[in-house]
Ligand binder design. Sequence first.
Ligand SMILES: CC(=O)SCCNC(=O)CCNC(=O)[C@H](O)C(C)(C)COP(=O)(O)OP(=O)(O)OC[C@H]1O[C@@H](n2cnc3c(N)ncnc32)[C@H](O)[C@@H]1OP(=O)(O)O
Ligand SMILES: CC(C)C(=O)C(=O)O
Ligand SMILES: [Mg+2]
Length: 521
Amino acid sequence: MPEKIIIFDTTLRDGEQSPGASLNIAEKVEIARQLARLKVDVIEAGFPVSSPAQFEAVKRIAGEVPAIIAGLARAKEGDIKAAYQALKEAPRKRIHTFSSTSDYHILGKFGSSRYGQTLAEKRKTVIQMSIDAVQYARTFCDDVEFSAEDAGRTDIGYLAEVIEAAIEAGATTVNIPDTTGYTLPDEFAEKIRQLKKRVKNIERAVISVHCHNDLGLAVANSLAAVQAGARQVECTVNGIGERAGNASLEEFVMALNVRKDILPFYTAINTREIYNASRMVSTFTGFPVQPNKAIVGKNAFAHESGIHQDGVLKDRNTYEIMKPEDVGVSSSKIVLGRHSGRHGLKARLQELGYRLSEEKLDQVYKLFVKLADKKKEVYDEDLRSLMGEEVYSEKPAYLLDYLHVFLGTSAIPTATVRLKKDDRILEESATGDGPVDAVFNAIDRALHTHFEVTDYQVRSVTSGRDALGEVFVRIQNGLGEAHGRGHSTDIIEASGKAYLQAINNILKQRDTVSLEEKTSA
Ligand SMILES: CC(=O)SCCNC(=O)CCNC(=O)[C@H](O)C(C)(C)COP(=O)(O)OP(=O)(O)OC[C@H]1O[C@@H](n2cnc3c(N)ncnc32)[C@H](O)[C@@H]1OP(=O)(O)O
Ligand SMILES: CC(C)C(=O)C(=O)O
Ligand SMILES: [Mg+2]
């Protein structure tokens, strides 16, 4: 039978210790509510003694959010009392107290002579302060967690002694933190196995782990620990936390979920709330989620390369090990870009309502590749423009084959254009008040004509620095009046295309010969 792993979320305590991530009380309450929807078992809401705002946030969460609510406290009476005061409204509360057990911490942090002179004396003092803290916390509530900070670098014999003393004093959960993210998975798992062997009455407490990510191993260490006997995992949404962060909740939970074939464990997490939780934490903390972040990154379910797109379109199991819907992402995404192939393009065009023959698809694909070379991502609006402007417009009389513009803050804008009509090439240069005017003048000169521009509009069709720009132009002269549209990531090029399309439209209306033939005839 699979065994349950308790999920202890510390986004609001260790997560908020991330440099730069501070949350106000309202934001913390909102995140706590989302954590409850996510169905985490324990929410560590803060460190009440550390400030009035921390105290108030823990108090509000304790009074409003349905989960076990924990508050952190050093092995000090004042901290423990403050934690209890903040937690007391919670129907289910936990005081989480800790001392430090590695020699680095004992000699470094507890260096003062009041802890003793020698390492052995200081170690004794730490055991006693741990016992006192747990016993004192038990006078307030039955659910007391004890952590041995820097357990990852603590001598196993001494760690076993401290943990045994904490259980004897009444700790119901004993947490083994890899505070500095130092251990490797096998080593950490062995630590848990040794504790199970060496600590008398270990079965009276739940073994918890709290792994940091300094070497990028927090989730791997948590999984190894669970396989060795830990039954609570401490983690944070998006893996935020002190320095390089904590084990990421979403990665740990989904690893158990996806690999249940070899990991006989489950959690109570409602995985469909993962993405919402991730977005909320990212927005409130101001910490963006890196695009390639597992589970919740923008690219976690996005496929760009042609071979992958083809595979996913045929059968998504080819490149997806979990369903995006299972983590609250609406669907996987085919991202069209320079690595995409015809299958991906065709599928997206079909979604947009275009049904293309193979011949037409080839034509669009060539245009698409040209555009994709200029842009990082080709969006739906880019495709719609491409289809409208290039594919379904009738073959234009004149094509803008080449454009060169010279401009600068103190230079006269000059444009050179090369127009193509069938096998005829027309090339001209002209100056203008600005680069767009110079392009229009050069086209006029090439075609021996002149049009008045009665409307000119530019808008961005897509977003970002490489956005596709759309130019709308209305022109008139004695021959008639027409408008044209042009698209490009370069609005000067888009302007030239729009101007030429308007000219072509006038020619179409008049069903006439080409301009330069007419004027030169
Ligand atoms: C691994 C972790 O994540 S632990 C949690 C870390 N989180 C935080 O520190 C965030 C909130 N912290 C704070 O607001 C402040 O540090 C406070 C309010 C807790 C304490 O502030 P101050 O009293 O000014 O002490 P300061 O933070 O400078 O130093 C920490 C003191 O706690 C002591 N201490 C550290 N850990 C423990 C412990 N587990 N039990 C008892 N004392 C401890 C240190 O030895 C030091 O004591 P000293 O003044 O006698 O040398
Ligand atoms: C307070 C403890 C559990 C901690 O955050 C750590 O050791 O990393
Ligand atoms: Mg920590």
